[in-house]
Write a protein that binds this ligand. Structure first.
Ligand code: SAH
Length: 504
């Protein structure tokens, strides 16, 4: 890759929390990076854009309550740059708004290392915007100040000119909620009217954003009542009055709701997008990993006796993929299927064969194994091979055996849960903060319950939202508490059902 000497280290603002608020160039640099050095990101999901194998270093990780000291961070950047790596230094908001980006750049400059700065959307700007507060407005404010609240109660001389701030139209204070009382005191002493409106914006631009409104006279009490916690912004000035009329982000219909999306279909990302756009805090349950069975004596046995099977039944796309791959590994190919009757359950399974140039002989109208029973009832019992996942329901094999068919079940792959991604979901379920868990098929219900095995979380405490009546029936059967049910079996239908149940 071409390495420009002008930007070995990129100092990038990650934005305030909403991962959509990073710049185009910032995102591009994350994708190119060999090393990403980050701390206190509002949007950890941005790190998912780093390429596999890129080194991700969290310098904000508290070891014994201490973050990596600034000098060590500076040294780290120099060291990685000197190794010839493309380094991204990612900071929340904008790197130069109380981000100590300047100090890091000074070190790089004195070492002769090339760097660039990619500004970010500061929480100081994005927070008010997402709270419906136009931070300047022709009708009331012609000046804006951004200050740190860190030094408000220091006995030593504060570097913040509180006297001057009292006369600035809009004042945004970062790192201030812990010292709110001292800040209010300083401003009132300096002559700011006690009726001046104040907004506290917690976790701005995230699904957990919350705005508390008051005046210099009562905001301390209101903050205490609402238990306002950092990270939060303090916004002081007449512009705060617009919040009541212009608040938009917190008014989205699912704002404040936490919804878990179980992933096992391609449409999961559409669902995540739709629910996020409506304001929900969306957690994704771990994807299910498909693993081909390496040692598969059952398959070798099947190949030896393939002539004994007239019917081959496939129940999933993974089954078709696994079958064809394994066939080719064994130096065979689709010509071995010439005289077979190919039966596929589900349109996607059938398409997997069509893409390979084979038109399935039969695809039942409904997508469940039971739908095949009438088909086999009308025929002369012969050999049937069912090619599918290692663990699956026994309804079809049992029914066919009863009809005197010679049935062989050949496992081709196994499904495994990708465990790590589940921790935040499990923690939220334990804390009782999950409003709904979406289920887009019966198997997502089974998989989710399987994922929770050993956590002590009972199905009855899972608030299920089912895509249709079959999935709802599975929820009922498995003792999952239904909170929403779509009458049409589609993603928009499921979203509508959630809106009907939880929408503001
Ligand atoms: N460089 C950052 C600020 C770093 S100082 C920026 O430009 O946004 C950290 C302070 O920023 C926090 O104490 C808090 O006051 C504020 N802050 C950062 N992200 C925030 C968010 N999502 N919501 C509210 N305040 C935030």
């Amino acid at each position: 890759m071409h390495r420009s000497k002008t930007h070995i280290v990129s100092l990038i603002g990650a934005g305030p929390g909403d991962p959509g608020l990073i710049t185009v160039r910032g995102l591009q640099r994350i994708r190119e990076a060999d090393v990403v050095v980050f701390d206190q990101l509002g949007a950890p999901a941005l790190l998912d854009n780093a390429r596999p194998g890129a080194e991700l270093i969290d310098v904000g990780k508290r070891a014994g309550d201490h973050t990596l000291p600034q000098e060590k961070i500076n040294e780290l950047l120099v060291q990685k740059a000197k190794e010839g790596k493309r380094v991204v230094r990612l900071k929340g908001g904008d790197p130069h708004i109380f981000g100590r980006g300047g100090e890091e750049m000074e070190t790089l400059a004195s070492e002769g290392i090339g760097f660039e700065v990619i500004p970010g959307v500061s929480s100081a700007i994005a927070g008010p915007a997402y709270a419906g507060i136009p931070i300047t407005h022709r009708s009331c404010t012609a000046s804006l100040a951004i200050a740190t609240g860190h030094e408000a109660d220091d006995t030593a001389e504060s570097r913040v000119p509180w006297e001057s701030l009292a006369h600035i139209g809009s004042v945004v204070i970062l790192m201030g909620v812990g010292r709110l009382e001292a800040i209010v005191e300083r401003l009132r002493k300096a002559g700011r009217r006690s009726t001046t409106p104040v907004a506290l914006i917690e976790q701005a631009t995230t699904p957990k954003q919350r705005t508390t409104i008051g005046t210099l006279a009562d905001i301390v009490e209101k903050a205490r009542d609402a238990k306002v916690k950092p990270p939060a912004l303090i916004v002081i000035g007449e512009v705060v009055r617009y919040h009541e009329r212009l608040s938009w982000f917190e008014r989205r219909p699912l704002h404040g709701r936490t919804i878990v999306v179980t992933r096992s279909r391609a449409q999961a990302s559409d669902l995540v997008q739709a629910l996020s756009d409506l304001g929900a805090n969306v957690l994704t349950a771990p994807a299910i990993k498909i693993e081909k069975l390496d040692q598969n004596p059952g398959f070798d046995d099947f190949l030896k006796h393939i002539s004994e099977f007239k019917y081959l039944v496939f129940t999933s796309v993974n089954g078709v993929d696994g079958f064809v791959d394994t066939l080719i590994e064994r130096k065979k190919d689709l010509r071995d299927l010439a005289a077979k009757t190919i039966i596929c359950i589900g349109p996607a399974t059938a398409d997997a064969f069509r893409r390979r140039g084979i038109t399935p002989d039969f695809v039942p109208d409904t997508f469940v194994a039971e739908a095949l029973i009438p088909y086999f009832q009308e025929r002369k019992p012969e050999g049937v091979a069912i090619l599918r996942a290692e663990k699956a329901r026994e309804v079809l094999p049992d029914a066919l055996r009863e009809l005197k068919y010679k049935v062989e079940v050949i496992p081709l792959y196994k499904t495994k849960l990708d465990g790590s991604a589940g921790e935040s979901v499990i923690a939220a379920l334990r804390a009782g903060t999950v409003d709904a868990v979406t289920f887009t098929s019966s198997s997502t219900v089974d998989n989710f319950i399987e994922m929770l095995a050993g956590t002590g979380i009972e199905p009855a405490s899972i608030p299920g939202a089912a895509i249709g009546p079959v999935t709802a029936a599975t929820c009922a059967e498995k003792n999952v508490r239904l909170v929403a049910e779509s009458s049409v079996h589609t993603i928009p239908g499921l979203v509508d059902a959630l809106l009907a149940r939880f929408g503001k």
